[in-house]
Design a protein around this ligand. Structure first.
Ligand SMILES: *[C@@H]1O[C@H](CO)[C@@H](O)[C@H](O)[C@H]1NC(C)=O
Ligand SMILES: *[C@@H]1O[C@H](CO)[C@@H](O)[C@H](O)[C@H]1NC(C)=O
Ligand SMILES: *[C@@H]1O[C@H](CO)[C@@H](O)[C@H](O)[C@H]1NC(C)=O
Ligand SMILES: *[C@@H]1O[C@H](CO)[C@@H](O)[C@H](O)[C@H]1NC(C)=O
Ligand SMILES: *[C@@H]1O[C@H](CO)[C@@H](O)[C@H](O)[C@H]1NC(C)=O
Ligand SMILES: *[C@@H]1O[C@H](CO)[C@@H](O)[C@H](O)[C@H]1NC(C)=O
Ligand SMILES: *[C@@H]1O[C@H](CO)[C@@H](O)[C@H](O)[C@H]1NC(C)=O
Length: 757
């Protein structure tokens, strides 16, 4: 490789010196061509006056020969001459001491060019963090048979500071015209040059262009240190991050609520305070700081909760009595690609914001041993008071936590304790001491419950279905009992996962395992897993069409050109009974899930897949969820009123969403509240807005929907009751869902934008 590069460079300089010289030798010869000039190509116009002009013109185009015809036309050629001798008795128009061909003859001159001309049309096909996929086409002028292409990539701009990046070279046979240049550095601009060579290995002229590799994910900055926390505020010390894979465009200060610090932060989920509150996310961006704000070596103190605006972000006062973690994110953006990484939060960092009691009393950094700053005036009683308040809050938190676990039974973990992952599997997290006796190797237990698919039973197609929480989701097939079963393959690079992420991934996997084994066919099934040292493949049953697709597809009036068939008397191509059966199937599936203490949170027609177009399969819970393309679904329109109010999900919140799904079925895929902006849905639902009764829906069926939307949770039916009611309606399905055409019928609007973020 090194010698090739050296040759290449030597030849470049040779070529440059050649260009500098301007020696015109005698003609190589005089050749006759009775067919006339017409069969010669590559004419250089206005270059026939002197030999110099014609030679220069052809050399500029990398031809090895220049031909002058009849003192009037200049041609170039990269072929060897093979014509009969001619009579060149004409002098050049611009220099009478030079020969410029004759009638039916041309004088041939050597331009000095030997090597091939530059390849053409160097284009970038694709780019990743570490590779450039390029294509080129053969040189227009080869001056002989090509044997190789030589490629050089020279870094011209990079974010690597310590060691400088070297030049890289590649060599390919001349049959190649595209390649992927590998092992490049992320976030770096490369000057890529491609040249062709004959078998002597000396490269010709190059074509070059500059291309950026995609930026890499920045390394996480150090965990912010909590210096002080007091009423509504928390002072943290921020340290700058390093990034040699791209620029540091911003820092984001992220506030995270809750005792578990297992939420994997992803830039696409982080919102400003207002949006997070609206979506009920337990984290928000409190500030955007430009890189110059965080200087190495400086203290860089930042007050979380000071009520100011940083960048576009509002930094609201922190709620008193809340467990708050603070993370620092590094955001790197270049060429339309944004990547981010976040400082780990740790239990050491766990700060409880405590009310200011009395004068100057500030509880600093609760975890580091209650260093209570007391003013002399308060004395012993003050100390007791503060301690009792602290104890009160801690107890209250604990009680609340336990209450929440039991009341909502939605802890999506595998029956309970919080675990941390180690390479060997799971160890117990001492943070939950009261549950220590439940120590188990959960990963192993998980694996025993599922089919470990041999790799050769699994065929992963090069087709991305979407983006899951832990990686890409590809289309694939698994050979199950000799039959190919279509699956969604969740490709999870678990070798690289941080423990918290792995923990949450396994929880999600556990949910799907727990959902299996019921007697309902209406739940999407985990097919199995397949492990490689770096990657975990999770195979989930997959069907291409969702209930939403099917409903929209069934709008029969849309498929029949008006006037052509006046005989239409159904507005839907599906039978009434099938729609009600679908609804009942979903209710049974949810009945089973709720008995498994799984809260779904995303019930909507889009999350019901239709196996063979008829069997509904509830999906999008646990690990079985992914977003198609870049679309992040928005479930605001299916969200129960108590969630807008308090953010607390309970099993009955799913019943509300199920009511909306019933409406969606009756609206043949219409968007709920399509006349209300997404942002107004929450407030209006809290004030009593409900979806309307459509004319094709019976009072009994609408009554069931209304029951699902009761404010009082006890008034809402259970899924078991929903399933029973729907099954009863099946006997008179055409009465309860009448899809006959009527005067003035129109479809409920479907507005995709209102159903995604
Ligand atoms: C060149 O040679 C041809 C053929 O011998 C002759 O016909 C022609 O007149 C000559 N032209 C000149 C300019 O000498
Ligand atoms: C004409 O051509 C001769 C021979 O190549 C060269 O020596 C001379 O300098 C040229 N004259 C002009 C004016 O270019
Ligand atoms: C290369 O680009 C030129 C224009 O720059 C175009 O005319 C030609 O068709 C292209 N060749 C190939 C092989 O794409
Ligand atoms: C570019 O490469 C990425 C990663 O290999 C791939 O997912 C994507 O489909 C490629 N795009 C094109 C246009 O080839
Ligand atoms: C690359 O080579 C293939 C096969 O030799 C050819 O079909 C294709 O047109 C070439 N592409 C370019 C851009 O020259
Ligand atoms: C790219 O490299 C070529 C030689 O390989 C050089 O001539 C050209 O100036 C370089 N371009 C830049 C921008 O460095
Ligand atoms: C957030 O909401 C508050 C009121 O709740 C409002 O004053 C503020 O302007 C909003 N900020 C942004 C950035 O929308």
């Amino acid at each position: 490789m090194i010698s090739t590069a050296a040759l290449f460079i030597v030849s470049l300089s040779l070529f440059l010196t050649c260009l500098g010289e301007d020696i015109i030798g005698d003609p190589i010869g005089c050749f006759q061509d009775n067919a006339g000039a017409s069969d010669l190509e590559n004419e250089m116009p206005h270059a026939s006056n002197t030999v110099e002009m014609c030679v220069q013109a052809c050399r500029n185009h990398y031809y090895k020969s220049a031909l002058i015809w009849d003192a009037s036309q200049c041609f170039c050629s990269s072929e060897n001459m093979h014509y009969a001798d001619g009579i060149c008795n004409k002098t050049c128009v611009g220099n009478s001491s030079q020969v410029c061909g004759g009638e039916n003859s041309y004088s041939v001159y050597d331009t000095g060019q030997r090597t091939p001309g530059p390849p053409q049309n160097l284009t970038l096909l694709n780019v990743t963090e570490k590779s450039l996929h390029i294509q080129w086409s053969t040189p227009a002028v080869t001056n002989g048979p090509l044997s190789n292409y030589l490629i050089i990539a020279e870094p011209v701009s990079t974010y690597v500071s310590s060691t400088s990046l070297g030049l890289q070279t590649w060599q390919y046979p001349s049959s190649t015209n595209k390649t992927e240049l590998l092992n490049l550095h992320p976030g770096t601009l490369y000057n890529v040059s491609v040249a062709a060579a004959h078998s002597d290995g000396i490269a010709g002229a190059y074509i070059s262009d500059k291309f950026w590799t995609e930026i890499g994910e920045p390394s996480p900055p150090p965990t912010p240190e909590i210096l002080q926390s007091s009423k509504g505020e928390m002072v943290v010390k921020l340290l700058p991050a390093m990034n040699d894979q791209g620029p540091i465009s911003f820092y984001h200060v992220v506030v995270i609520f809750g005792e578990d610090d297992i939420i994997p932060l992803k830039p696409e989920f982080l919102k400003n305070y207002n949006e997070s509150r609206e979506k009920d996310l337990p984290f928000y961006i409190a500030a955007e700081l430009t890189p110059d704000k965080l200087k190495p070596g400086n203290e860089n103190r930042f007050t979380v909760g000071d009520g100011k605006v940083y960048g576009k972000y509002y930094n609201p006062p922190l709620p008193v009595d809340a467990h708050v973690h603070v993370s620092l994110g590094v955001v790197s953006s270049l060429n339309g690609v944004t990547k981010a990484n976040y400082a780990k939060t740790s239990h050491e960092q766990d700060g409880i914001v405590i009310l200011n009691v009395g004068n100057n009393m500030v509880v600093e950094n609760v975890n580091s041993g209650l260093e209570v700053g007391l003013s002399a005036a308060v004395g012993v009683f003050g100390t007791l008071l503060v301690l009792s308040i602290v104890v009160f809050f801690i107890l209250r938190k604990r009680v609340a936590r336990q209450a929440r676990r039991t009341a909502e039974h939605q802890e999506l973990s595998l029956e309970g304790p919080i675990f941390e992952v180690e390479s060997s599997g799971y160890i117990h997290n001492a943070y939950v001491p009261e549950e220590i006796e439940e120590r188990v190797d959960h990963y192993k237990t998980l694996k025993e419950k599922v089919w470990n698919i041999p790799r050769n039973f699994l065929d992963i197609q090069n087709h991305i279905l979407g983006i899951g929480r832990y990686g890409n989701v590809m289309r694939g097939t698994v050979q199950q009992r000799g039959f190919p079963v279509p699956v969604a393959v969740h490709v999870i690079p678990d070798g690289e996962m941080i423990p918290a992420e792995k923990h949450s991934m396994l929880q999600d996997l556990g949910v799907l395992i727990r959902s299996a084994g019921g007697d309902t066919p209406n739940i999407i099934q985990l097919v199995g897993i397949c492990e490689s040292p770096e990657t975990l493949y999770v195979m989930v049953e997959h069907h291409p069409a969702s209930l939403k697709d099917l409903l929209l597809e069934s709008r029969s009036l849309n498929h029949t050109p008006s006037g052509e068939d006046s005989e239409i008397h159904k507005v839907c191509s599906l039978p009434e009974r099938q729609l009600l059966e679908t609804a009942a199937g979903i209710a049974r599936a949810m009945d089973y899930l709720s008995r498994q203490k799984i809260i779904h949170k995303q019930i909507a027609a889009r999350n019901v897949l239709m196996a063979h177009g008829v069997v509904p399969k509830l999906t999008a819970f646990g690990i079985a969820q992914f977003s198609r393309g870049n679309e992040i679904p928005d479930y605001t329109r299916w969200t129960a009123q108590e969630i807008f109010r308090s953010g607390r999900y309970v099993s009955k919140s799913d019943v509300w969403s199920f009511g909306c799904l019933l409406w969606e079925i009756s609206a043949l895929g219409g968007t709920p509240y399509s006349d209300v902006n997404t942002i107004e849905v929450g407030p209006r639902v809290m004030r009593g807005l409900r979806l309307p009764q459509l004319r094709l829906v019976s009072d009994d069926l609408y009554q069931l929907m209304l029951q699902c939307w009761q404010v009082d949770l006890d008034e809402r039916p259970s899924f078991h009751e929903c399933a029973c009611v729907l099954e009863n309606l099946l006997d008179d399905s055409v009465v309860h869902l009448n899809l006959s055409m009527y005067m003035g019928f129109h479809y409920e609007q479907y507005i995709p934008d209102m159903e995604r973020q």
